[in-house]
Design a protein around this ligand. Sequence first.
Ligand SMILES: Cc1ncc(C[n+]2csc(CCOP(=O)(O)OP(=O)(O)O)c2C)c(N)n1
Ligand SMILES: [Mg+2]
Length: 535
Amino acid sequence: MHFHERWRPITHLDKPVFKEMLTNTCHQGSVSLVLSHCFSRHLLHWNQLVECFGVPLMAVCIRKSKAFVCHLKSKIVFLDLVKQNSWSSSTKLLGKIQIGLNSRYPDDHFNGRGPFLSFRRLESTKARESLYIVTDTDENQVLEFPGGKVKLTPEMMFISESPHERAHCYHALDDNGKPIMGSSFVQVREDVAVKMYSDMVTLQTMDTIFYEAQRQGRISFYLTTVGEEAINIASAAALTIDDLVFPQYREPGVLLWRGFTLQEFANQCFGNKADYGKGRQMPIHYGSNKLNYITVASTVATQLSHAVGTAYSLKMDKKDACAVTYFGDGGSSEGDFHAALNFAAVMEAPVIFICRNNGWAISTPISDQFRSDGVVVKGQAYGVRSIRVDGNDALALYSAVHTAREMAVTEHRPILIEALTYRAGHHSTSDDSTKYRRADEIKWWRVARDPVARFRKWIEGNGWWDDEAETHIRDSARQQILHAIQVAEKVEKPPLADIFTDVYDVLPSNLQEQEQLLKETIRKHPQDYPPNVAV
Ligand SMILES: Cc1ncc(C[n+]2csc(CCOP(=O)(O)OP(=O)(O)O)c2C)c(N)n1
Ligand SMILES: [Mg+2]
């Protein structure tokens, strides 16, 4: 038996208080000790209680309460009694119980302020009897139920709303790009690592220049990936081109990795004739049939169920590929997330859910979105294998996604990856995040936790990168992006008629009317329409 350092053996407790409390509760008649989260850890055995308070007292207690007998018989211990560092009266104790039961915040439960013992009066004799009977017959009774045997327990024990400890976060590199001792990671070839870093730099540069282009009024909207470059590029590097990607909108790096050219990015943002969406979508809604990248949808989280359906069809067709869907913490707050996870688990669909938990859904912090330990814990609730990863650690992400892909494809199962990161930029060009979060917080993530700088240190440490290569990639990316923008700006816009194409084979009458009306309106008010758009 061992004791957690925050706990102490019962022999150190204030015995008179404990005795008084125990006797009082026994006199009340039916007593049920509702134990807390660490109940199953057996930190204290019932015979320690006997040892501590003597057989006579225990005998009185036992005579007074059948329920108490159940507890002793099942060798369940009064763990939470020893959790407190100091306690002086049973009144204080009950006060704490009150706080605990009403507490809305999971943390209260574990930081010494929460409940350590709950008493519950069972008003119904029937309930008490059935409680007693179950225990008396066989403490190891099980219930046969679909999915496997369920152990029966005489304890009315609620599953805690939060675990004793938060789910761990897998990492491979420290903030200085040094491998973590003992960390298991998938080996990355030099050429792959160099391309990963180069693409992260290109993505950063593209964000800076496109963001400026929006500020100058040359494009209508933009949204950066600052702070999430590693999730974009490292996950893409760990997949194969046959894996179908269902993005949210902050993952253009996956397309970049797959070979979408800077000109193609610029054409989409400028909505010109070369844009595959024919200028019918807002900037950043990229898509590519060739690169198995499904077009970005504005409606948050709708892509998740599409990914699951596709994954299921890949499995039916026995393809050596999976579906991969990206979404934010905000996306996980949508109903689609829950439906998708459940469906994927039940249908055993080879899909990887990559959640970029960046702390914010526009101005809504995660603390206002969910009370769970983030997103990763939801996987197990749905029967989905899951991992939490440091989202600013490219090597850890590469390793986790690589391994997840292997499991998804060979074992036909969904995998959930929660990448912990931070949206280091504004939500989009329509947002000013300094209105709802502290500037020093943003700065800390940008500087101390920059995923690009961390990966650079690692490849430099391996002798794969130097200052000369750095200057070259930054200059070259800048030149190419500026050139792409200049070209895209000059390309003609698609004709207005394209608004009405590609959905119906034969245009319905209401849309025909709208098309006519649009043309007439432009003829009447030509000054209100761009001259370079063919009607
Ligand atoms: C169904 C739906 N609801 C609301 C919106 C408005 N909206 C656009 S982005 C966004 C926040 C999404 O946050 P998150 O999923 O965390 O992604 P992040 O922007 O942080 O990458 C919201 C609420 C939307 N586009 N679609
Ligand atoms: Mg978010």
